[in-house]
Design a protein around this ligand. Structure first.
Ligand code: PMT
Length: 446
């Protein structure tokens, strides 16, 4: 069922893969955690703003490329010059500042940032972020970025304990998935005592470093990802396909690669990446490649929309209108790749599936989780406009065989992928722990 051109693209990709594996290994040797990391340091207007200089300096010395952004209120407490000196980069203050290029610089910066840290974060900026208000440069950048956001609140203890602030922090943490670096207990600038004093410069930089280091927690792990919709040929011209664009799978592969995983993307969509991309067309092609790679993988993430059926017969010539009146296609079932691999997976392998459902999302996803022996399933309701097939966003439910139940609201597919990476890191860490325990037990017995 595989066309000649298809075999070629698979072989070419396999050759590309071999050379890339080599170059990956070479780059691991020069790996340094905060090097090549771009951090936007947002400073809002509180007395703790003066500590932003120390934060900037520590992050820069750890190798990060730090760019400071001040809110108008922050300028009452600290000058752009101080931060420019500490970051060794221009400090941004004005939302509508003149730029040397036609592209607004801050949008570029928002896009290339690996992380946005807001320290100090006042009650005011937390409220704005929770409400999606973007009336200054910093809040606009946060909204324009898909980077991880961390906030280090600093304010009067009564303000920190106020239900409005608690609610805003809850939204930022649990809906937007921001990291909150909790303030310390102590005496604050106004003389009051309680929780509200910004975390120490050391704690903030450690939290940032561990978040960025966490990005490499899949180093040495091999993860197989599938993306796109398979095409099942009818004749040399026509095929049965589906609406999958590959965006979810590619976002997943990008996020995994960002965490240091050795990624193999098996995709029906051509994409140019530094990791290994194997281009396939049909469900059979995908099955062949995925089965060949699975044994050597620590995890498989099947986001692909694999056709359940294919035409029983594929004609070698283009079917002419004149050959028959109506055309009746006889379809036969394709193998279920995920089901086959779920059955044979080893206990040190993680298998994650996706479920595209048009009704009974929870019930059908839970059924697939159990029936296909998966560790996790990600369900998306494909009837909701602007999410799922083809769109840049998705909204999903996450069900784990360990009882995890979570629902992520609409957000960019990359943000969903980052969140799924967090789960994968946890699942793999659990496997590694139990392996280490088994080895210890075996050692004790010996
Ligand atoms: O590609 P995008 O445009 O970004 O869209 C993303 C998406 C909607 C395709 C994605 O989020 C998604 O839901 N993927 C799974 C689609 C699907 O085929 O769902 P399913 O419920 O039919 O299959 C369940 C699981 O079994 C999937 O992991 C699928 O890859 C796998 N499967 C299905 C059939 C088959 N023959 N073999 C399989 O391995």
């Amino acid at each position: 069922m595989k066309s000649k051109g298809q075999t070629k693209s698979t072989e070419a990709a396999s050759a590309r893969r071999k050379s890339k594996v080599k170059s990956n290994k070479e780059s691991f040797e020069t790996f340094a955690p905060l090097e090549n990391k771009t951090i936007v340091l947002g400073v809002s207007g509180g007395i703790a703003a003066y500590k932003a200089c120390d934060v900037a300096s520590m992050l820069r010395r750890a190798g990060a490329d730090v760019h400071a952004v001040l809110t108008p209120n922050a300028r009452e407490f600290i000058t752009p010059l101080s931060l420019t000196t500490m970051t060794r980069n221009p400090t941004h203050c004005e939302q509508y500042e003149q730029s040397s290029s036609w592209k607004p610089e801050h949008i570029d910066l928002a896009k290339k940032a690996d992380l946005i840290l807001i320290a100090p974060a006042t009650a005011d900026i937390l409220a704005k972020l929770a409400g999606g208000i973007c009336d200054d440069l910093l809040t606009s950048m946060v909204l324009a970025s898909q980077a991880k956001v961390m906030v280090a609140p600093a304010m009067n203890p009564t303000m920190y304990g106020h239900p409005a602030t608690r609610r805003n922090l809850d939204i930022l943490q649990n809906t937007f998935r921001y990291d909150v670096i909790s303030p310390e207990f102590g005496e604050v600038a106004c003389g009051d005592v309680g929780s509200g004093k910004m975390a120490s410069v050391e704690s903030i930089t450690a939290a940032v470093a561990s978040r960025l280091l966490a990005h490499k927690t899949l180093m040495g792990k091999k993860v197989l990802v599938t993306a796109g919709g398979t095409r099942e040929p009818i004749d040399p011209v026509r095929f049965i396909g589906n609406r999958s664009s590959g965006k979810m799978g590619i976002a997943m592969a990008d996020a995994l690669a960002g965490r240091g995983a050795d990624v193999i993307l098996v995709s029906t969509v051509e994409v140019n990446r530094a990791y290994n991309v194997l281009v396939v067309e049909t469900a059979h092609d995908m099955q062949e490649v995925v089965e060949a790679e699975f044994d050597n993988c620590d995890a498989l993430v099947m986001t692909a929309a694999v056709a359940d059926f294919r035409p029983l017969r594929v004609t070698s010539h283009k079917i002419k209108k004149s050959e028959s009146g109506d055309l009746v296609l006889e379809l036969t079932q394709n193998p279920d790749i995920l089901d086959l691999l779920g059955r044979i997976k080893r206990k040190d392998q993680v298998v994650i599936g996706f479920a595209a459902e048009s009704e009974g999302l929870l019930t059908h996803a839970a059924d697939k989780l159990q029936r296909k022996n998966l560790d996790m399933i990600i369900g998306n309701d494909i009837t909701v406009p602007d999410i799922g097939f083809g769109s840049d966003d998705n909204a999903v439910i996450i069900l784990g065989s360990d009882g995890v139940r979570e629902s992520l609201p609409r957000m960019p597919k990359r943000a969903i992928a980052e969140h799924l990476c967090d789960h994968l890191v946890e699942l793999i860490a659990r496997i590694d722990e139990s392996k280490a325990e088994e080895e210890r037990d075996a050692g004790d017995e010996g």
